[in-house]
Design a protein around this ligand. Structure first.
Ligand code: 6PG
Length: 480
C-alpha cells in the first residue's frame, strides 16, 4: 500500500485520453494518482511526463486507491460497456462511503443511470461525465459535462473547472444534473456533431459539383466562412482537410479516402433516444443514416450499375451567388440541427427530472468541444433571455438568419435535387422548417386514415372531444 494518501484525484486507464487528462490535471497543479491495468503505460507516463506535475503512480488498484485523499475521486477512462463495469466491480470493495467514481468515457446514459443507482446503495457517488475535445482537448482543456450528485460536484467542480477550456474567463464545465444527465448531454452533443459534419460535407459536395472546383479551392471558401457567422472548429478543420494533399499520390487527400463514414454509436444512440422521447431530430437522424448509406457499398454498386452515377452535368452561372446561397443554406440547416438538439436535451431533462439549464449547456460548449462555434454565444443568450423558448428557430438572432437564408436554402435544395447531388440533411432541415411553419399539415389526413381502418378516433378543430366516423356504416360521426 502507498504510505500516505497524497493524491487529490486519480485516473485509471491510461490510453491516450486517460493519459492526457492525467497530464492536464498534473499541469494544473493537482497531485494525480495514476494506474493502468498493464503497468508499462503507467511507467511510461511518469518517465515521459513526470516533470509536468505531481504524479503518484501505482501498479495495483489497491495501492492506487490507497494513494488518494478522502473523499476519493477516481476517474475511470476505459472503453464503454463491459470494461467499465469490470473496473467498477474491482473498485467498489476498495472504496468507502462518500467516495466518487467518475466515468469520463462515452457511456450510454441509461448505463450511467443503472450504475449510479447501484453504487448509491453502497454510499458511493457515480458521476457519468461527458468529455469532449478529443486527445488535444483532454490535454489542453476539454469541455466537461459532469452528471451525478450535487455533493460529488462540490469535490469535482473546482478541479474540473480548472482543467476545462475557458472562454471569456468562464470554464467550459458545469454540473449538468443528477445521474445520467452529463452523459445524455454529451450524447446529444455528438448527435449535433454528426449533423454539423454531414451538413458541411453536403455543402462541400454541392460546391464541388456546382463550381467544378478542386478541394483546395473549396478549402479557401471554408477558410473564408470560418471568419464569419459560421466560424467554428469543424469549419476550420474542414479547410485543413480539404487543403491537404496526399503525399503518396499527390492527389487531394479527400479523393484518396474511402467514402464510407464510420461511427462508434453515439449518433445512433441520440436518434434512438429521440424516437423514444418523440422529438423530431430529423437533421441528426439524416446525418446518421447518411453514414449508414455510405457504408452499403454493395447496394451503391448495384444502384450505380442500373441507374448510372447520380450527377447530371451542372455548372452554375453566377459563382459568387451560388457560394453565398450554399453558405446561407448551411447556416440555416445548422440552426435547425442545434434547435433540434436543444429540444432533445429539454425533453430528456423533463423525462428524467434533471433540471438541465439549456443556456448553461450552450455556455460550456463554447470552448474545448468538437462543436464549439461562435454562435453558441447566441444560443446561450436566447435561452437565458427566455428559458421556456419553444424553439431556437424563433429566437430573434436565429429567426433573422433563417428568414434571410430561406430563398437561398430553397434554391440550393432544388438545384441539388435537379442535379442529382444528394443533400439529405439540407433537404430534411428545410422540410422541418416548412413543417413547423405550415398553417395546416396533412397530419389531418393521417388521422382520418387511422380512424377509417382502425377506429383510432380524431379530434376536431371546432369542438372538444374525440370522434369516430362510422366509415363502414352510414358515415355519421359519433363521439368516442
Ligand atoms: C468528442 C467526440 C468524441 C469522438 C466521437 C466520434 O466530443 O470529443 O465526439 O467523443 O470523437 O465519439 O464519434 P464517431 O466515431 O461515432 O464519429
Amino acid at each position: 500500500m502507498a504510505e500516505q494518501a497524497t493524491a487529490q484525484i486519480g485516473v485509471t486507464g491510461l490510453a491516450v485520453m486517460g493519459r492526457n487528462l492525467a497530464r492536464n490535471l498534473a499541469r494544473n497543479g493537482f497531485a494525480v494518482a495514476v494506474h493502468n491495468r498493464s503497468p508499462e503505460r503507467t511507467r511510461r507516463l511518469v518517465a515521459e511526463h513526470g516533470d509536468e506535475g505531481t504524479f503518484v503512480p501505482s501498479e495495483s488498484l489497491a495501492d492506487f486507491v490507497g494513494s488518494l485523499e478522502r473523499p476519493r475521486a477516481v476517474i475511470v477512462m476505459v472503453k464503454a460497456g463491459a470494461p467499465t463495469d469490470a473496473v467498477i466491480d474491482e473498485l467498489v470493495p476498495l472504496l468507502e462511503e462518500g467516495d466518487i467514481i467518475v466515468d469520463c468515457g462515452n457511456a450510454h446514459f441509461a448505463d450511467t443511470r443503472r450504475r449510479e443507482e447501484a453504487l448509491r446503495a453502497y454510499g458511493l457517488h457515480f458521476v457519468g461525465t461527458g468529455v469532449s475535445g478529443g486527445e488535444e482537448g483532454a490535454l489542453l482543456g476539454p469541455s466537461i459535462m459532469p452528471g451525478g450528485s450535487a455533493e460529488s460536484y462540490r469535490k469535482l467542480g473546482p478541479i474540473f473547472e480548472k482543467i476545462a477550456a475557458h472562454v471569456d474567463g468562464e470554464p467550459c464545465c458545469r454540473h449538468i444534473g443528477p445521474d445520467g444527465a452529463g452523459h445524455f448531454v454529451k450524447m446529444v452533443h455528438n448527435g449535433i456533431e454528426y449533423a454539423d459534419m454531414q451538413l458541411i460535407a453536403e455543402a462541400y459536395d454541392l460546391l464541388r459539383a456546382g463550381l467544378s472546383a478542386s478541394p483546395a479551392e473549396i478549402a479557401e471558401i471554408f477558410r473564408e466562412w470560418n471568419g464569419g457567422e459560421l466560424g467554428s472548429f469543424l469549419i476550420e478543420i474542414t479547410a485543413d482537410v480539404l487543403g491537404h494533399t496526399d503525399a503518396a499520390t499527390g492527389q487531394a487527400f479527400v479523393d484518396v479516402v474511402l467514402d464510407q463514414a464510420e461511427q462508434k454509436g453515439t449518433g445512433r444512440w441520440t436518434v434512438q433516444s429521440a424516437l423514444d422521447l418523440g422529438i423530431p431530430i430529423t437533421g441528426i437522424a439524416e446525418a446518421t443514416f447518411a453514414r449508414s448509406l455510405s457504408g452499403h457499398a454493395d447496394q451503391r454498386e448495384a444502384a450505380r450499375r442500373v441507374f448510372g452515377d447520380a450527377g447530371e452535368k451542372w455548372q452554375v452561372d453566377d459563382r459568387e451567388t451560388f457560394v453565398e446561397d450554399v453558405r446561407r443554406a448551411l447556416l440555416a440547416s445548422k440552426i435547425v440541427a442545434y434547435a433540434q438538439g436543444f429540444d432533445h436535451i429539454r425533453a430528456g431533462s423533463r423525462e428524467y427530472d434533471w433540471g438541465i439549464d439549456l443556456g448553461g449547456t450552450a455556455t460550456i460548449w463554447r470552448g474545448g468541444c468538437i462543436i464549439r462555434a461562435g454562435f453558441l454565444d447566441r444560443i446561450r443568450e436566447a435561452y437565458d433571455a427566455e428559458p421556456e423558448l419553444s424553439t431556437l428557430l424563433v429566437a430573434p438572432w436565429f429567426a433573422e438568419r433563417v428568414s434571410n437564408g430561406v430563398s437561398a436554402w430553397r434554391r440550393v435544395v432544388a438545384d441539388a435535387a435537379r442535379a442529382g447531388v444528394p443533400a439529405p440533411a439540407f433537404g430534411s432541415s428545410l422540410a422541418y422548417f416548412d413543417g413547423l411553419r405550415a398553417q395546416r399539415l396533412p397530419a389531418a389526413l393521417i388521422q382520418g386514415l387511422r380512424d377509417d381502418f382502425g377506429a383510432h378516433t380524431y379530434h376536431r378543430v371546432d369542438r372538444d372531444g374525440s370522434f369516430h366516423t362510422l366509415w363502414a356504416g352510414d358515415r355519421s360521426e359519433v363521439e368516442a
